[in-house]
Design a protein around this ligand. Sequence first.
Ligand SMILES: Nc1ncnc2c1ncn2[C@@H]1O[C@H](COP(=O)(O)OP(=O)(O)O)[C@@H](O)[C@H]1O
Ligand SMILES: [Mg+2]
Length: 409
Amino acid sequence: MRVIIYTGKGGVGKTSVAAATALRSAALGNRTAIISTDAAHSLGDSLEMQLSGKMTNVAKNLDAIEVDMQYELETRWKEIQTYLADFLASQGMDDVTAKEMAVFPGMELMSALFYIEEWHKEKKYEVVVMDTAPTADTLRLLAFPDTANWYFDRLFHMLRNVIRVARATVGKLMTTPLPTEKFLEDLESLKTRLARVHDILTDPEITSIRLVVNPEKMVITETQRAYTYLCLYGYTVESIVINRVIPEELSKGYFNDKLIEQKKYLKMIDEVFSPLKTFRAKMMPREVLGTKALALLADELFAGEDPTKVFSKESPMKMYSEENAEVLALKLPFPMDQKLELYTRKDDLTVQLGPFKKSIALPYSMTNKKILGAEMDDGWLVIRFEGEPHAKEKGRKRTRGRKEARKAR
Ligand SMILES: Nc1ncnc2c1ncn2[C@@H]1O[C@H](COP(=O)(O)OP(=O)(O)O)[C@@H](O)[C@H]1O
Ligand SMILES: [Mg+2]
């Protein structure tokens, strides 16, 4: 299965480009799904079709879904939500509020991710295109599998307390409902399934992130930031889509200044995102609505190329050995002016960059090792851990590591 995720600032053309990609993929004969995770769904408007929270066939080889939280709650989350609501009600909360409160943050995000996991397991589609909400929400979505462990541990902790208190009060006060078998099973499987989603989404052979931009300063700045955070979470940013480029022939009169400005920002995009693969589409004379207009947008974007190809497999995380050091390198293309902090605890490294936090499970060679230092080197954060004295076997690894490091630069 191939997963292509389009992300970017609001209004840049994510939905249009995602729909155009999915239609082209289906036309090329791939069993294709397009999934919208933006609560303000506009995928149906773009395709000019009625979509819903259930999979709908919209063209030959193409199914589409707009994740609908209400539907997800009634199906996927029924058991968990019912228990949490009963529990909150037993604590004195009124029924309506309890029901509301039992929608815990993350259910929505997880639903979208679970579709991907299910399709992968069932081998249902060859290509999955994801149309996402504007950057901030999407970063939250994509960071979710990473931060979920923290979340689940809290939840398990709370439940253990519920059970403990319930046992201690048997015969006195049995108002607290105990979690059902099914509930605990559901919760267990969530954790495992999220780990699988994480593996799918961070596999560069399967999943690519494509950044959609317009030649405008604010868009570029926001996208640069997103690029860094996506790398931090282990996603492969594979290409960039420059959408709504105003054609040169409009440079007379009113659009003259706009075109001068655009030239500057096109150059800037080229500088900051190079050497990423670039797709480009001009500003169309009409709003891009319906399958015909989307097919034209696809022609414009991909020319004769297959949009489902993997254009880059470079993982944003590398590990290699150096003399006296084990190295972990993280791609952080734009270090920005944010404070960067590193913490280690046994086999775990936490990287805190501004408001974003990432926890990395360290390989055995770096477990319980001191950090010798960290530095930025050409867009890579290079963290050196104290190493073992080298045996012969290690020497071989070292050569490979250096080559990799060179390639990375
Ligand atoms: N290349 C383009 N030329 C003209 N209009 C476009 C182009 N790309 C997108 N649009 C229009 O811009 C609006 C916003 O696009 P949309 O794909 O919904 O952006 P997003 O999903 O990023 O918010 C829509 O009305 C869409 O039809
Ligand atoms: Mg959209």
